[in-house]
Design a protein around this ligand. Structure first.
Ligand code: ADP
Ligand code: ASP
Ligand code: MG
Length: 403
């Protein structure tokens, strides 16, 4: 039987009872004969609590030390799950990202996986053990512990599935699958049984926290079967399956999916930069890429550029833009923490010239001011105040997905 990689998120391992339930579920799958690698996140809100703890100790905690601290969250869950499995007589071995041979670059807090050695995982699997791997972390070539960015355990799971040649990767979380909006904000959101990778990448990049965007890109690139399931569903029904779009396949390739979601991302903020010359735009791009800071929905005009990026990268942006100002590339900049991206994602949606107008009309009727807007082939993104963004998501969802 083929190897399965399963990933259990923070809620799934949030309490000792939940950890014991996850252990029972793993035991059942193990008894069916499937070799299993299980990736775990930190329990409940542990990562947020560790960040808050660091902030009580230091105003500017070093990124290296943050990685040492945050990686501890996933180590706690992996050890506890392995103990729970031991109690029900399932042979298990827990391994950190570093022990698993997950080699990353050196970019603390937002590291990228370069390769996975996986020797210890393979030998433990050969001994019929269930291998529990701490998600969200790896080790650099210089033996420094790194983390992969918030939500990165999904990417650990898909990367392991790729490196180990797994049959599939199952992501267990606290909702039934991928919906047309965050079901906590829009209770009437639609659950998608299948969704193509390219639309899922857009949803995830623009705020649908259910999957880490990089895990979807990896699954697409390496053709890994990826699905999302609810950890509380005893039948383990598949909620959403990620699918490949194949040109020429009449059942999928030519199908128009229409609008698949409305998302907001409160973990991002808005940045406006005035350049000294339009030709220096590349410097902003290069420096942000080096720091693995994202540039979502960028808009340029003349000497101005604006985009969204990680809220927890604010101090990195301040330093980067300060340096670029000193070096004569940037004239001025503004970081607007109240404005977050609100996006509508869909197939061929933004090619319809009326789309942006209709969206702004809906928001204006709901008395929601819009800061700025941009559109690409698969998404329209608008800047909206964080205070109004949930109302904006509900208004757009009602108009475009419920009518
Ligand atoms: P985990 O700890 O299991 O990784 P996350 O909190 O990272 O869980 O992701 C699951 C959460 O993503 C859900 O509880 C839900 O509130 C949120 N979410 C946001 N957008 C969506 C969406 N479009 N579909 C499903 N869930 C979404
Ligand atoms: N524990 C990490 C976080 O909260 C990683 C993850 O859950 O995927 O971001
Ligand atoms: Mg997650």
């Amino acid at each position: 039987m083929g190897l399965i990689v399963q990933k259990f998120g923070g809620t799934s391992v949030g309490t000792p009872e939940r950890i014991r339930q996850v252990a029972k579920r793993i035991a059942k799958r193990h008894s069916e004969g499937h070799p299993l690698v299980v990736v775990v996140s930190a329990m409940g809100h542990t990562t947020d609590e560790l960040i808050a703890l660091a902030q009580q100790v230091s105003d500017h905690p070093a990124h290296r030390e943050m990685d040492m601290l945050l990686s501890a969250g996933e180590r706690i869950s992996m050890a506890l799950l392995s103990m729970a499995l031991g109690d029900i007589k399932v042979p298990a071995l827990s391994l950190t990202g570093s022990q698993s041979g997950i080699i990353t670059d050196q970019s603390h807090r937002r590291a990228r996986i370069r390769r996975i050695l996986g020797d210890r995982i393979r030998s433990a699997l050969a001994e019929k053990k269930v291998v529990i791997v701490a998600g969200f972390q790896g080790v650099s070539e210089t033996k420094e512990i790194t983390t992969l960015g918030r939500g990165g355990s999904d990417t650990s799971a898909v990367a392991l599935a790729t490196a180990l040649g797994a049959e599939r990767c199952e992501i267990f979380t606290d909702v039934n699958g991928v919906y047309s909006a965050d079901p906590r904000v829009v209770p009437s959101a639609i659950l998608w049984e299948k969704i193509p990778h390219d639309l899922m990448v857009e949803l995830a990049t623009r705020g649908a926290g259910v999957l880490h965007p990089r895990c979807v890109e990896l699954a697409k690139q390496h053709q890994i079967q990826l699905c999302v399931k609810n950890t509380l569903d005893p039948n383990e029904s598949v909620g959403t399956v990620l699918i490949q779009r194949q040109t020429g396949d009449s059942s999928l390739g030519m199908e128009e999916f229409g609008i698949v979601g409305v998302t907001a991302d409160k973990g991002k903020l808005f940045i406006r930069v005035k350049l000294t010359r339009s030709t220096v735009l590349g410097s902003v791009w290069d420096r942000s890429a080096e720091a693995h800071l994202s540039l979502i929905a960028p808009v340029f005009s003349n000497h101005d550029v604006s985009f969204y990026s990680e809220r927890d990268g604010e101090s990195d942006w301040k330093k980067l833009l300060h340096d670029l100002t000193t070096e004569g590339f940037v004239q001025s900049y503004e970081i607007v923490s109240d404005v977050v991206p609100l996006s509508i994602i869909g197939d061929r949606f933004s090619q319809d010239g009326r789309a942006l107008h209709e969206i702004i009309e809906v928001l204006s009727q709901a008395h929601i001011p819009v800061d700025s807007g941009s559109s690409s082939a698969l998404a329209v993104t608008l800047g909206v105040s964080i205070r109004h963004v949930d109302d904006a998501v509900r208004a757009l969802h009602a108009e475009f997905l419920e009518s």
